[in-house]
Design a protein around this ligand. Structure first.
Ligand SMILES: [Zn+2]
Length: 281
């Protein structure tokens, strides 16, 4: 596998995004910044919560037992719930929360054309990109959970509307204290060339979501120039055009990679019996 990660803090005091990856999985987490002065019922805060959720996801994804991605997320949320302890109000509507995007290599051999399975899960306004054809010029499918964009009455939203809609039927779902939210995530399996993928937080998705780039252009940029260049382009667009809503610079994080090894050695070069022949890391 090959994995590249870039994460850049926005204007906040700390970066509340997290990213992680293993041999056959990767994720991003975007802790939701609490409005200043708001009582969240939690003595820990968003940074702490993002760390707990990321640690739980990494533990579940690296575990020997392979469980469905919604179960992995549910276990990570449950673990964070336990970590809050008795000093926190777990029923508080403004308890720290986060959006999540996870990808994992699906079992099974690649197709004859080199495409293999990639499982994905998206909860909240994070995005997973899944190429549909080889090469940087091929198509790409974007999986984004846009339920927050469709609350009753449209934007701008009142704080009360957002509070009442969070983790509620007909509203939008995020990873917070509700284990049930894990089962509201968008998830599935796609076949991508080389099991390639990208996952990003909304601060990084701005190039497409706010500044007019197509997802195919975002994917091509990632493949050609790498994750740091995507973040740099987002920052440049923010400086050049301003931001119609939200923070001037949000935390921006992207992980891009391929779970399959790079294109193999020429025919006949592979050592019989295998073992130790370079498959990358
Ligand atoms: Zn807490």
């Amino acid at each position: 596998m090959r994995i590249g990660i870039a994460s850049e803090q926005g204007r906040g005091a700390v970066n509340e995004d997290r990213a992680g990856a293993g041999a056959d999985w990767a994720f991003v987490v975007d802790g939701a910044t609490a409005p200043s002065g708001l009582d969240s019922g939690c003595v820990h805060g968003v940074r702490w919560f993002a760390d707990r959720l990321a640690a739980g996801l990494a533990a579940g994804l690296a575990a020997e037992e392979r469980r469905p991605l919604p179960d992995v997320l549910a276990a990570a949320i449950a673990s964070a719930r336990r970590a809050h302890g008795p000093g926190c109000d777990l029923d508080h509507p403004d308890s720290p929360s986060a959006t999540v995007a996870v990808v994992r290599a699906a079992p099974g051999a690649d197709d004859a054309d080199g495409a293999g399975g990639v499982e994905y899960l998206v909860l909240g306004d994070a995005t997973v990109l899944l190429p549909t054809a080889p090469g940087p010029g091929g198509g790409v499918r974007a999986v984004t959970d846009d339920r927050l964009d469709h609350l009753p009455g449209g934007r701008p939203y009142s704080r009360e509307l957002v509070r009442a809609s969070r983790n509620a039927p007909g509203g939008f779902w995020v990873a917070g204290t509700s284990v049930a939210a894990a089962y509201e995530a968008l998830h599935g399996t796609a076949r991508t060339p080389g099991r390639r993928f990208a996952a990003m937080t909304d601060g990084c998705a701005r190039l497409a979501e706010l500044f007019g780039a197509s997802w195919a252009e975002v994917w091509e940029l990632l493949v050609r120039a790498g994750p740091e260049e995507l973040v740099a382009r987002v920052r440049a667009a923010e400086r050049a055009h301003g931001v119609p809503r939200g923070k001037r610079h949000d935390d921006a994080t992207v992980v891009v990679g391929a779970f399959d090894p790079p294109a193999g050695p020429p025919p006949g070069a592979a050592a019989p019996g295998g073992g130790g022949h370079g498959t990358g890391s």
